[in-house]
Design a protein around this ligand. Structure first.
Ligand code: CP
Ligand code: NVA
Length: 306
């Protein structure tokens, strides 16, 4: 049987994604109550390929795998044959012979697709240039923890139409909430994704207008990994798109602010925004651990309803 992969949120049904959010909340509570005693993945191994830097993703996957009783293998492209040109498909075949699961942080989403097509074990997208679906699991969990089911609510994305924005679009489709995207012209998200999303996603150029009455506001860096040379031109293009306390004041009285982190204070957010009680970014970052554990468990063991 072909393995299940998690390359974008659309690889799972709404029901499966809702299961993962609920399972992650359960696993978080049980870890708090009982410690890491649930360890069903004894002697199972996950390879983690990193072609870009990471703090949260590496730590959450590695810790999650250890807590579940398994082992995670950190593979930097700088130190493996991938970095010396071994074809990605060959690497996928080799890892399929040895480990149970692969997680990849890479540049090209097409390369990730190639890897997954060649792999006979599940592959997780831990961020590509186009998507960051693992982060959305933690983000939807955090939103749910704060204010219950997200269906019918309104989220606002401010800033670059990047990999995180594309994943928010997919999340709006799957979890049935409204998404307003405030991005400067020339930095729109993938038009095909926008078209597929239909009425639940709208572009609103003015960030203050987009934030009005919203239940959630989120943003990300203006220059993603791989775009460092565009930093200056992006700073100019995103002038006026900084998320501020005033923007949250225009939103619902229950609004929360999320940021996948790392954040740049004074650029995409005000110097003090992360100190505002409406910012729940540390809870969001911590939820990466629980979301990753639920995802690993689902891909290796299937649905567990206990
Ligand atoms: N949010 C996120 O993916 O963080 P890292 O780049 O530190 O993994
Ligand atoms: N958009 C950012 C997200 C980092 C977690 C990047 O790709 O660098």
């Amino acid at each position: 049987m072909a393995p299940r992969h998690f390359l974008t949120l659309l690889d799972l049904s709404t029901e499966e994604l809702e299961y993962l959010i609920a399972r992650s909340i359960t696993m978080k509570q049980r870890l708090k109550d009982n410690g890491p005693e649930y360890a069903p993945l004894k002697r199972r191994t996950m390879a983690m390929i990193f072609e870009k830097s990471s703090t949260r993703t590496r730590v959450s996957f590695e810790t999650g795998m250890a807590q579940l009783g398994g082992h995670a293998l950190f593979l930097s492209s700088r130190d493996t044959q991938l970095g010396r040109g071994e074809p990605i498909g060959d690497t996928a075949r080799v890892l399929s012979e040895m480990v149970d699961l692969v997680m990849i942080r890479t540049f090209s989403h097409a390369g990730l697709d190639t890897f997954a097509q060649t792999s006979s074990i599940p592959v997780i997208n831990a961020l590509s240039d186009d998507y960051h679906p693992c982060q959305l699991l933690a983000d939807i969990q955090t939103w749910t923890e704060c204010h219950g089911p997200v269906a019918g609510k309104t989220a606002v994305w401010v800033g670059d139409g990047n990999n995180m924005c594309n994943s928010w679009i997919n999340a709006a489709r799957r979890f049935d909430f409204n998404l307003r995207i405030a991005c400067p012209e020339g930095y729109d998200p993938d038009p095909a994704l926008l078209e597929a999303a239909g009425d639940c996603v709208t572009i609103v150029r003015d960030p203050m207008a987009a934030a009005a009455g919203a239940d959630l506001v989120t943003t990300d860096v203006w220059a993603s990994m791989g775009q460092e040379s565009e930093q200056a031109s992006r700073e100019a293009a995103f002038h006026g798109f900084q998320v501020t306390e005033a923007m949250l004041d225009a939103a619902s009285s229950e609004v929360i602010f999320l940021h996948c982190l790392p954040a740049h204070r004074g650029e995409e957010i005000s110097e003090t925004l992360l100190d505002d009680p409406r910012a729940v970014v540390w809870q969001e970052a911590g939820n990466r651990l629980h979301a990753q554990k639920a995802l690993i468990e689902f891909l290796l063991l299937g649905r567990i309803d206990d």
